[in-house]
Design a protein around this ligand. Structure first.
Ligand SMILES: *[C@@H]1O[C@H](CO)[C@@H](O)[C@H](O)[C@H]1NC(C)=O
Ligand SMILES: *[C@@H]1O[C@H](CO)[C@@H](O)[C@H](O)[C@H]1NC(C)=O
Ligand SMILES: *[C@@H]1O[C@H](CO)[C@@H](O)[C@H](O)[C@H]1NC(C)=O
Length: 420
C-alpha cells in the first residue's frame, strides 16, 4: 500500500519530512483515515478506464474567454486518475469563504474555476492568496486546491501576473479576508452587467480534473466526511471488476442534499442529520423553493432508514424521466459524462437542463447513495428572496426552444419520457 499510494501522491502527508511521513503512514494504517488498501488500489487501477494526466499551468483562449488553467496548483502534484475523486466547482471570489469548510470535510482534490473579469481579478487573486497564506486552514487549501481563473477577452484585467509572480505576492493577513462583506453591486461584473458564465466554469473545472471520478457540485454544498475513501471502496466492492454484472446503462451516484438553520453546525453522520430533521433544524434542500428540483425518488424512505453501517450502499435507483423530470441531482460521475451547455448562464436559469436531457436520453441510472449526503452552508433559503426574474430567462428559454432542443435531438436522439 505504502509504495503505490504514497509515491504517486495518494495519501501523501503534507510535509516532506521523513519521520513525519513514517508516523503518518503508521497512523493511517491504524486509523485508515483517508487511504485505501492495496487490493482496492490495484482493483481500481485495473478496471477504471482512464489515463493519468500531466499537471501543469496553461493559458488559452476558449470561445470568447481567456482561461488560465491551473493558475495556482495544488501541492498534491500529479495523481493516479483511478484512485481519487475530484470535487469540481465554479465561483466568483465572494464565495471563497466556502473553500476551507468544504475541504475540512472533503480532504481530497478540489478543482475550482473562478470567474474574474476586469477589476474583479485583483480581489480574486488577493482572496486566493489570503486562503493560501493567512487562513488557519491554509495547509488544506495549498495541498488540495487547483485554482483556474477565466474572464471575457473583452474584459481583461489590467495586470495578469505569471503564476509564479502571483504566488510570490504577500497577502495582508491583518486585514479581514477580501472575500467577506463584499457588496455585490460594487463588483466589476455587476457594474458592467455581465452574466455569470456558470457552465463554462463547470466545464473548465471538470476538464482540469486529474481524476476520472468527479463530484461536480456547487461550492456551498459540503459533503459528509470520509466520502471519497468510502466511495472508492464501495466501487471496488460492488461496481467494478465483476464480470457479467456490468450495468448496460451508464451509472452515476447521486447524493441527497439538505440544508440546516444558520445557528446549527453541519451534521457529519446520517444519524446526526436525522436528529436535526426531526426537530426541523434541517430540511431537504430548497424544500420551499423548488421541491421537485431536489427531492428525487423515495426521499422520505431515505430519511427514515437508519444508518446500519458506515459503509456506503445504494438506497434506490432513479431516472431523470417521468415524475422526476425536473430533478437536478448532484452526483459522483466521471469526466466523460455529457458536458454543460456553455451558452446557458446562471441568470438565464435552467442551466443544467441540457445535460439532464442528454443523460435522460442516454438512460443514465442515478444510484442514490445511503450513509452520505451534501449539506448546504448553514442558513435556510426562504422563498421570495430569490424570486427576481431576470430578463435573461426569457432569452434562454427562446434559445433552448429554438436551437438547443433541436441540436440535442440530433446529437443524442430522443426517448420517451425525456423532456427539456
Ligand atoms: C486523494 O488525494 C489527496 C491529495 O493527495 C490525498 O490526501 C487523499 O488521501 C487521496 N485519497 C485517497 C482515497 O487516496
Ligand atoms: C436554532 O434556532 C431555532 C429557532 O430559530 C431553535 O429552535 C433551535 O433550537 C436552535 N438550535 C441551536 C443548535 O441553537
Ligand atoms: C417512516 O417510519 C415511520 C415509523 O417507522 C413509519 O410509520 C412511516 O410510514 C415511515 N415513512 C416512510 C415514508 O417510509
Amino acid at each position: 500500500m505504502l509504495k503505490l499510494s504514497f509515491w504517486k501522491g495518494n495519501c501523501r502527508p503534507l510535509k516532506n519530512n521523513m519521520n513525519f511521513l513514517i508516523v503518518i503512514a503508521i497512523l493511517s494504517l491504524f486509523l485508515n483515515v483517508n487511504c485505501l488498501d492495496e487490493a482496492t488500489l490495484l482493483k481500481l487501477r485495473k478496471f477504471v478506464n482512464c489515463e493519468d494526466k500531466g499537471y501543469k499551468s496553461s493559458k488559452g483562449i476558449y470561445r470568447d474567454y481567456w482561461v488560465l488553467e491551473n493558475y495556482i496548483m495544488a501541492g498534491h502534484g500529479p495523481l493516479l486518475c483511478s484512485a481519487n475523486v475530484t470535487y469540481t466547482s465554479h465561483a466568483d471570489y465572494t464565495y471563497l469563504d466556502n473553500v476551507v469548510p468544504l475541504l475540512e470535510r472533503w480532504r481530497s482534490p478540489l478543482s475550482l474555476a473562478i470567474y474574474a473579469p476586469g477589476a474583479d481579478f485583483g480581489p480574486t487573486l488577493e482572496s486566493i492568496l489570503y486562503l493560501l497564506q493567512c487562513h488557519p486552514g491554509r495547509h488544506l487549501v495549498r495541498e488540495l486546491t487547483s485554482f483556474h481563473l477565466y474572464f471575457n477577452v473583452e474584459h481583461l484585467p489590467q495586470v495578469v501576473l505569471s503564476p509564479r509572480m502571483a504566488l510570490s505576492k504577500r497577502a495582508n493577513c491583518h486585514a479581514p479576508p477580501p472575500y467577506v462583506n463584499v457588496a455585490k453591486s460594487n463588483m466589476y461584473r455587476s457594474r458592467t452587467k455581465l452574466d455569470y458564465p456558470v457552465n463554462l466554469g463547470r466545464n473548465i473545472a471538470r476538464r482540469a480534473s486529474l481524476t476520472h471520478f468527479v463530484l461536480a457540485s456547487d461550492i456551498e454544498l459540503y459533503p459528509s466526511p470520509r466520502l471519497v475513501p468510502a466511495y472508492l471502496s464501495f466501487l471496488s466492492r460492488h461496481v467494478i471488476g465483476r464480470p457479467g454484472q456490468q450495468p448496460t446503462s451508464p451509472v452515476v451516484h447521486a447524493l441527497r442534499i439538505f440544508e440546516v438553520m444558520s445557528n446549527v453546525s453541519v451534521p457529519s453522520t446520517k444519524t446526526e442529520l436525522q436528529k436535526l430533521l426531526k426537530t426541523g433544524e434541517a430540511l431537504p434542500f430548497h424544500m420551499q423553493i423548488c421541491a421537485v428540483c431536489h427531492r428525487g425518488p423515495k426521499l422520505e424512505e431515505w430519511i427514515n432508514a437508519t444508518e446500519a453501517s458506515a459503509d456506503l450502499n445504494v438506497f434506490n435507483v432513479g431516472h431523470r424521466s417521468d415524475s422526476d423530470n425536473m430533478w437536478e441531482p448532484i452526483f459522483i460521475g466521471t469526466v466523460e459524462d455529457p458536458p454543460y451547455d456553455e451558452r446557458l448562464s446562471w441568470e438565464g436559469q435552467r442551466d443544467k437542463m441540457t445535460q439532464a436531457y442528454a443523460m435522460c436520453v442516454l438512460d443514465y441510472e442515478f444510484h442514490i447513495l445511503d450513509n452520505c449526503f451534501l449539506v448546504h452552508k448553514p442558513g435556510i433559503k426562504q422563498p421570495g428572496k430569490s424570486k427576481s426574474i431576470f430578463p435573461q430567462t426569457r432569452r434562454t428559454n427562446g434559445l433552448i426552444n429554438k436551437r438547443i432542443s433541436r441540436e440535442l435531438r440530433i446529437m443524442y436522439g430522443s426517448r420517451a419520457g425525456c423532456v427539456i
